[in-house]
Design a protein around this ligand. Structure first.
Ligand SMILES: [Zn+2]
Length: 331
């Protein structure tokens, strides 16, 4: 039930960049705009109105002026940067840091480093990048054997379900594969804020991750789960026709050994949230979880991370401040 490899080791279409190369290549606003234009229209600009391939580029406004029909096409329309007033170079550096820094970046730090005037702008920019990360990560399925567990996130000392500062339930799944030495290794990870750890909730979570999807050979993509044996997991396995490996937890502290990968992902995430972000509200927790998973799932492509994340922001739809602050639990 293990996939033979991570299944993602296909030839890469992404560019590798070291820090020095990044610094050299993206040192001016013009360089960033030219690069952005190439990424957006890899086969050359094509006017959406008349199909003409020729346009003037108005640098001061990042607008292409079609020579055929004089339509004005914004460089950033339809991307995460839509209607931004922040120079692209600042976006590039923010994306670089968010992609590369293993523990995430603090918004106050980015605001200072990138000379962004107000905190809200920097906060909003980071959330837009996180949205692109979440959108991209949602396309990943889990295959083979998956380690599963639930955990509580929230302020220290608070109890679950009590008062306004209650803890939030988070489901975590990590797919496993065997490397060529036969050792168990983590593949992809997913975390999701949920209302409870009931069998129904876990089923919806697994379905979103590809449970029930079959390969061309008619084999189930996701075949087995490993859990602490909590009854919800048993019911899910029975309902979904999955093999179920239960590890017996006589001592809760042994969970780190018996379900090592979900526990590592969960504890790293808590460290990032406490350390870098100084805690986050329940409402925004999901986007921080998605950010951690996004980086974890791409940890083998370190030098490509900037290019991958930039491409994700170009293909993702933007999110507005109103959408981000509306009173809902998760994005
Ligand atoms: Zn045109």
């Amino acid at each position: 039930m293990y996939p033979l490899s991570r299944g993602a080791l296909m030839p890469s279409k992404y560019t590798e960049l070291s820090l020095l190369e990044f610094q050299r290549e993206f040192s001016t606003e013009e360089a960033c705009a030219d690069h952005f234009r190439k990424i957006r229209w890899p086969d050359g600009f094509k006017c959406p109105k008349c199909g003409s391939g020729e346009a003037w580029f108005i640098r001061t406004r990042n607008i292409l002026d079609c020579k055929g029909c004089r339509a004005k096409v914004s460089l950033t329309a339809g991307t995460v940067f839509h209607k931004t007033r922040t120079p692209l170079i600042k976006w590039y550096w923010l994306i670089y840091h968010m992609a590369m820094d293993k523990v995430g970046v603090s918004i106050a730090e980015m605001q200072r480093l990138l000379e962004i005037r107000d905190y809200k702008t920097a906060w909003m920019m980071a959330h837009k990048v996180r949205k692109a990360m979440a959108d991209r990560d949602a396309q990943y399925s889990l295959a083979g054997l998956v380690e599963l567990d639930d955990s509580f996130f929230g302020p220290k000392g608070t109890t679950r379900g009590r008062g306004s500062e209650r803890k939030t339930t988070v489901l975590c799944a990590v797919s496993l594969y065997r490397d060529r030495y036969g050792e168990e290794k983590p593949g992809f990870a997913h975390m999701q804020v949920v209302d409870d750890a009931s069998a129904e909730t876990i089923e919806v979570f697994l379905e979103r991750l590809g449970c029930g999807v079959t390969t061309q050979q008619g084999k189930q993509l996701l075949q087995a789960i490993r859990s602490d044996g909590w009854r919800s997991y048993g019911r899910v396995a029975a309902n979904k026709g999955l093999l179920h490996y239960k590890v017996v937890l006589r001592d809760p502290k042994a969970a780190g050994k018996l379900l090592p990968w979900v526990h590592r992902v969960i504890s790293n995430t808590k460290a990032v949230i406490r350390g870098t972000h100084r805690g986050v509200s329940e409402k925004h927790l999901q986007s921080y979880l998605s950010e951690v998973c996004y980086r974890f799932n791409r940890r083998f492509w370190e030098k490509e991370l900037f290019d991958r994340l930039l491409q994700a922001t170009i293909s993702a739809e933007t999110i507005t401040y109103a959408e981000l602050t509306k009173p809902e639990k998760c994005l």
